[in-house]
Structures are given as structure tokens and as C-alpha cells.
Design a protein around this ligand. Structure first.
Ligand code: CDT
Length: 308
């Protein structure tokens, strides 16, 4: 048995006016609770340190840059890293990264139990648009503020498991999980900020949004025989509702823990990495069953080419 007790630390809303310090204090409170319950890994949402600022159209780059971190840990996040090191709990969380070269990414990091960063992931699938869209009920400007990630979907061996990360919209794409699956991933951790309604279709709300989120993560888990931990930032943020629905999914695709609220909430589950072995050696034994000679389109084509 290779067990990791994992805490999925859903965050309630972060308002525009909330300081990084106040948000980090909430993250530390969840960390302390997780440590008391025996967790050795705590997963937080995408852009955990701020409001989901891509909902706001900004033209002034200085205004944009104040949502970004230039170093990690930085001044505001150092207390989180210090507490995690003292408690010997690894953490993974998302934030906006501004590199020394001036590039902007939507990223997440994974630490070991000594609070050393062992992995960084930069979001590959950026949803939304890059100019103000008058057709939408609200904006989703990730394509304006971030570059697509340039690190692929790496995995890392930590806590005797193979761990990978992705971020929010990535969870809807089977390619995300399969690229990690091909590296033997046993645990995918991810955070998300998903509006409760579709900005382009007011008829799509609530249950349907939650269903698609869960469906995507459960399918990714089952088809790659991996644990998936998906953690929301939820609740009404700056007047805009974000859905909750944080879940922990086992390698058979079953949800073993699910958030009940849209606030700060910790889900805890003891995840046995050896539970991945059966699926990986039978129905999803990639080496025996995959037929790459028929998969060429997946890497050579983006849009649909339908017959005339
Ligand atoms: N943050 C993020 O990626 N959210 C998207 C919303 C897509 S609507 C443009 C998601 O897939 O949940």
C-alpha cells in the first residue's frame, strides 16, 4: 500500500479588495486542519492568491501586473511555505506568474514535504478570448493576460507516487490526462475557477456545469487509471458566482469525496497509489493495447476536417 492522505482545500471567493495576506491566512487555516487530519499533501485552486482577475478587462499593463507574482515564495506566500514545512505537508496551488523575462503564465506548483518546489506547471489550454467581447454576459480574458504554457505536461516522483498537474480548462481535454498517463501518472492535482453560468449561453447553469466538470475528471481518472483531485475556488467573487464541486476521484473513476459548500472547505481522503496498478496493467495497459498508427490526427490537426 502506498497511501497519501490528501486534502482538497476548496477556497471560497477572493474579492478584489482582499489582500494576499488575508487569503494566505485562510489557506494556512485549511493547512492546519489538514495536518490535524493526517494529510501529507494539500491541493488548492487555480489563481488561489487573488480574485479570478481575467473576468476584468484591463488596458493598463501595470494594473494587470499587480495580480502576478514575481517570485515564489514571495513576501505574502512565505508564511504558507513556512507553515507547510513545519507541518511537513506538501502543497500545490495556482497563481499568476510574471517571469524575469516579462512573460505571463497561469501556473501551479507542487512542493515536497519540506516545502521545496519540486514541480511547476504552466496552463496549456487557455479558454476565453483576448479582446473585450460585447456578446458575453461577462468577460473571460485568459487569452489576453497569459501566454500558453511552454512546459508540456510533466510528472514528478514525490511521496513515492508519480504526480502531475493541470489547471482548470485543461481538465476537460483527454489529451491532458493521456500525456501524463503515458508517463505513468498516479495522481493528477488541479485547481479551477469555473463560472456557475455560461457567459455565452444563460440557459447553461448549475447542475450541467457541475456535471461536465465531474464527467471530465472521472473520465480522465478511469481512462488512465489515476487519482484525480480537482479543487474549486467557489462562491460569489466580485459579484460573479463560481461553482464549487471539488472532488477526489479514484482510479476507477468513482468520486470518493465531494464538497458540500461554496466556501472554504477541506475534503480528506486516504489515496492508495497502488489502486492504480490494476487498471494500468489490464484494460489500460498502454504498451499492449494502444494503436498509435491510427492516432496521427491528434498531433497533426487542431480543428475539425469533416468530409464534404
Ligand atoms: N479558469 C478556467 O479555465 N475556466 C474555464 C471556464 C471556461 S468559460 C470561458 C473552465 O473550463 O472551467
Amino acid at each position: 500500500m502506498r497511501e497519501i492522505v490528501i486534502g482538497a482545500a476548496q477556497l471560497g471567493p477572493n474579492q478584489k479588495a482582499d489582500s494576499r495576506d488575508a487569503i494566505v491566512a485562510r489557506m494556512i487555516a485549511l493547512l492546519e486542519d489538514a495536518a490535524r487530519q493526517g494529510c501529507t499533501l494539500v491541493v488548492y485552486p487555480e489563481l488561489a492568491l487573488t480574485t479570478f482577475f481575467p473576468r476584468w478587462y484591463m488596458e493598463d499593463q501595470a494594473e494587470v501586473d499587480r495580480w502576478f507574482e514575481r517570485e515564489m515564495p514571495g513576501e505574502a506566500t512565505r508564511p504558507l511555505f513556512e507553515r507547510a514545512r513545519a507541518l511537513r505537508v506538501a502543497i500545490s496551488f495556482g497563481y499568476a506568474e510574471l517571469t524575469p523575462e516579462g512573460h505571463h503564465y497561469n501556473v501551479s506548483v507542487l512542493t515536497d514535504r519540506d516545502a521545496r518546489i519540486v514541480g511547476k506547471y504552466r496552463k496549456v489550454h487557455l479558454p476565453g478570448h483576448d479582446e473585450f467581447d460585447t456578446e458575453r454576459a461577462f468577460q473571460h480574458l485568459e487569452k489576453r493576460y497569459f501566454k500558453p504554457g511552454d512546459l508540456g505536461f510533466p510528472v514528478w516522483r514525490s511521496q513515492d507516487a508519480v504526480i502531475g498537474m493541470c489547471i482548470c480548462n485543461d481538465r476537460r481535454w483527454p489529451e491532458t490526462y493521456r500525456v501524463m498517463g503515458l508517463q505513468g501518472v498516479e495522481l493528477v492535482v488541479l485547481g479551477y475557477n469555473t463560472p456557475s453560468v455560461n457567459s455565452q449561453f444563460s440557459g447553461e447553469a448549475g447542475d450541467k456545469r457541475l456535471y461536465h466538470s465531474e464527467l471530465s475528471m472521472a473520465a480522465g481518472a478511469y481512462q488512465n487509471s489515476t487519482w484525480v483531485v480537482g479543487v474549486a475556488k467557489a462562491g460569489v467573487e466580485d459579484g460573479h458566482p463560481l461553482m464549487g464541486g471539488s472532488i477526489i476521484v479514484d482510479p476507477n473513476g468513482f468520486v470518493v469525496a465531494r464538497a458540500k459548500t461554496e466556501g472554504d472547505e477541506l475534503l480528506v481522503h486516504a489515496c492508495d497509489m497502488d489502486a492504480c496498478n490494476f487498471g494500468k496493467s489490464t484494460i489500460f495497459d498502454f504498451a499492449r493495447h494502444r494503436r498509435v498508427e491510427h492516432y496521427g490526427r491528434i498531433c497533426s490537426q487542431t480543428g475539425v476536417e469533416a468530409p464534404r
